[in-house]
Design a protein around this ligand. Structure first.
Ligand SMILES: Cc1ncc(COP(=O)(O)O)c(C=O)c1O
Length: 475
């Protein structure tokens, strides 16, 4: 990574802040107190006028016609009608900084022109045909994707979502090894079909339906975990699970490199190499779920697993791969991929030309616009500023993550780490009022998740932190 670029960027941002940019003064009408609130970085774009239904009308219809399981952020949810790069616009044309990226999904930026062009061109040419016929969109993207993966990971199977990708990966591992047992991590999220719900390990995401064959290992969580940051101690638990909870042979180990839904928990250093070794000794495959941490988001590397220096046998991906277009993929070795030829396996939309053309365009944009490096530079700076904010606000218990996949955990007491479940909602709402949309998650719902489009700038990072600072000061 280019340190000179990083140093220059940090200097520029600090310099701008010292000169007082990014703040507005406003008089509090009631108290006649002059307040200084952060000002959103300028953006030379106006959303076209919106003439559709209002937020209230949509909410009423949603309550009547959509599943009651669909929850939303904020007491007064935002009617998002337009997007441009790292910004979203509501029905009144008000601009928001998008610090959540549609749950780590918008990688290049909302409506990135190159991605839109690829989608429109392909839609006008051929929208759907299935893999029963030939088309170059799918093969070109598969080749490009394979070039981003190490070793012999070069056979791609496209799906429509992360859940589908993980279901397929789990099945392939079971077929390949002839074993059923899979080890995943407590606090993991891998999807919501029967296999992946089994691998998911947070009770609030699990229904009481049959989910067989998954053992959940102790989470190597450096903040709340039993062994702090000692990755190898946690890895010993997987060895125990294999010895005491299985026949001694397993199908696979599956994990995220940084748990997203679980609250941006980066696995303790040294964990994956030790676990991969134990799993392989027990005949199992190692599956890396890169649904959130892939495509340059962690900044230092293109894939999250690379941060621990391991090479998986199967990699699954979705979200950022399509910048919002529904596409997922499983990438594995030719030998493992062979197992699917034992029966017919088919996915109507998997590899759809529009989705694969979009995915290919996303990959090109990430490379051409150096978005991985931007994630590293801006993410490192943002993390530094969030850590400084932690020194100022007692309520911040932990700041963690990498690149533009960062978490800020709020606690009412740093010693007992009591989750600040109510306070986080207040801060989140206040941040929205000031123009920042941020994510929230973690088992206790007390962690801010920062996973913006990778075009997020240093000025955006400053604005986000200043707004969070302001909102926390109001608690
Ligand atoms: C790490 C991870 N894996 C898998 C999934 C499931 O992906 P999808 O919602 O596309 O089915 C998610 C969704 O949030 C995820 O975060």
């Amino acid at each position: 990574m280019n340190r000179a670029v990083m140093r220059r960027a940090l200097w520029e941002s600090r310099h701008l802040r010292r000169r007082g940019r990014g703040y507005s003064r406003s008089a509090d009408a009631c108290n006649d107190v002059v307040d200084v609130y952060p000002k959103m970085p300028p953006f030379d774009y106006t959303a076209p006028p919106y003439t559709g239904p209002t937020a209230a009308e949509i909410l009423t219809k949603r309550k009547e016609f959509l599943s009651p399981s669909m929850f939303y952020f904020y007491e007064k949810p935002v009617n998002v009608v337009h997007g441009k790069m790292q910004y979203l616009f509501d029905e009144n044309g008000r601009r928001y900084l998008d610090a959540f990226g549609g749950i780590a999904t918008v990688s290049c930026g909302h409506c990135h022109p190159d991605v839109v062009k690829a989608i429109v061109n392909q839609t006008e040419t051929l929208q759907h045909s299935t893999v029963l016929y030939l088309n170059h969109a799918i093969t070109d993207f598969a080749e490009a994707l394979a070039s981003k993966l190490p070793s012999d990971l070069k056979v791609v199977f496209f799906t429509n979502s992360g859940t589908e990708a993980n279901e397929l990966a789990m099945m392939m591992a079971r077929l390949y090894t002839g074993c059923h047992d899979i080890v995943s991590l407590r606090n993991a999220y891998h999807g919501n079909a029967s296999g992946t719900m089994g691998a998911t390990a947070q009770c609030n995401w699990k229904f009481n339906v049959v989910q067989s064959g998954v053992h959940h290992a102790i989470n190597p969580d450096p903040y709340r975990g039993l062994f702090g940051s000692d990755g190898e101690k946690y890895a010993k638990d997987v060895e125990d699970l294999i010895q005491f909870g299985t026949s001694g042979q397993v199908a696979a180990f599956m994990s995220e490199a940084i748990q997203g839904v679980g609250g941006i928990v980066e696995l303790a250093s040294g964990y994956l190499p030790a676990v991969y070794s134990s799993i392989r000794k027990a005949g199992g495959l190692c599956i890396a779920d890169e649904v959130q941490s892939g495509f340059g988001r962690t900044g230092s590397h293109f894939w999250g697993f690379e941060n621990q220096g391991v090479v998986p046998d199967i990699v699954t991906m979705a979200k950022g791969i399509g910048n919002g277009i529904p596409v997922g993929a499983v990438v594995t070795t030719p030998k493992i991929a062979e197992v699917l030829t034992r029966r017919s396996y088919f996915n109507t939309f998997g590899g759809n030309p529009v989705c694969t053309a979009a995915g290919h365009a996303v990959l090109r944009v990430i490379e051409r616009e150096n978005l991985q490096e931007n994630a590293h530079v801006v993410g490192s700076y943002l993390k530094e500023r969030l850590n400084a904010l932690k020194d100022k606000h007692e309520i911040i218990g932990d700041v963690r993550g990498r690149g533009l996949m960062l978490g800020v955990e709020l606690v009412t007491d740093r010693e007992s780490k009591t989750p600040a479940k109510v306070e986080i909602l207040q801060v989140m709402d206040q941040m929205k009022e000031m123009g920042v949309l941020i994510g929230k998650g973690g088992f206790y719902g007390n962690v801010f998740r920062i996973t913006p489009p990778l075009c997020f700038s240093l000025q955006d990072a400053d604005f986000l932190v200043d707004v969070m600072d302001y909102a926390m000061a109001k608690l």
